[in-house]
Design a protein around this ligand. Sequence first.
Ligand code: MLT
Length: 396
Amino acid sequence: MRINANYRNIKDSYLFSTIGQKVSAYTAAHPEADVIRLGIGDVTRPLSPAVVDAMAKAARELGTAEGFHGYIPSEQGYLFLREAIADYYARRGVTLSPDEIFISDGAKSDLGNLLDLFDADNTALIPDPVYPAYVDANVMAGRRVVYCDATVENGFLPLPDEGVHADLIYICSPNNPTGAVYGREGLQKWVDYALRHDAVLLFDAAYEAFIEDPSLPRSIYEVEGAERCAIEVCSFSKMAGFTGTRCGWTVVPEALEREGMNLNRMWMRRQSTKYNGTPYVIHRAAEAVFTEEGYRQCMESIAYYKQNARIMAGTLDQLGIFYTGGVNSPYIWLRCPGGLDSWTFFDRLLEQANVVGTPGEGFGANGEGFFRLTAFNTREKTAEAMQRFERLARSL
Ligand code: MLT
């Protein structure tokens, strides 16, 4: 028996697990500490009433002979939710068939599972810094990874370099962790590059609902040619508070083919073999997000989080600390005060201010010296955390 030796090439623990362990160790040693968590992007607002009503109704339905549902008719997901998602795209001029939409238990699973469609002997191009699951999932499969630098100079929005060949390209926009969002021109450059290189673009749109500038694309399919080179992954987690409820979707266009194989058929084949589908109750809850009332309620929560981001930005402005994000995104990406490296600042913030954030280095080498805070906590805790942050930053 041989284990997958690629696991030797990743860190022992995933970024957010490492942070969780450090925080648990700290709270065990200091049970009196009132620790405020602005680390992992977990939401705090309750599910919206429209979502809860739909979920409760679906649960009751399952308790009746007529309304009971067993295995779902297609692992791709119930048609009613795929149609609701297609309609959501249609509102901004993107035409998708429900057959191109696959319901999942969240973006993270699909972003990893999609790699089943591609040979290990491929090169993945991944921005640095970015959501760490992309790199880890590729290294686990033994794939080559090359990076493109997201820096202050390029506004954290790197563009393709023709001299670098890639087969798989990751784009996260709005970006986790920097909050930077590509405009149409930038995305067009990536799509054109992917088409020229016969590559496939994996577009992570998990934060699209935070985009408030109507000129910014919320889907890669707003860009010409994307249906021939891009897979889009999206999630109800941040849009509707489903981090614990678990639901997302993936779009694999019918037009996406490589080496004579249709990727939509391949993904269907993969899912029907390895996934038994998202629960009926969760489908109904997710469907309610797209009703007029449900969507308005979800957008109220997003507005609440954005107000938190404004409070955080206000403190950083007063301190004269460089930061980005917080406008079209729930994350603020800042330079560590006092010139500290990102893990040292993490420790100081935890130990001296009892506030948890995420060290920039955890998102890639270019994140060294930076730090991420999320706007997903409550108003009161965010304000309190920023007062503590200010006191610490002034002392450095
Ligand atoms: C984050 O904090 O980056 C996200 O919450 C992680 C995730 O969505 O899996």
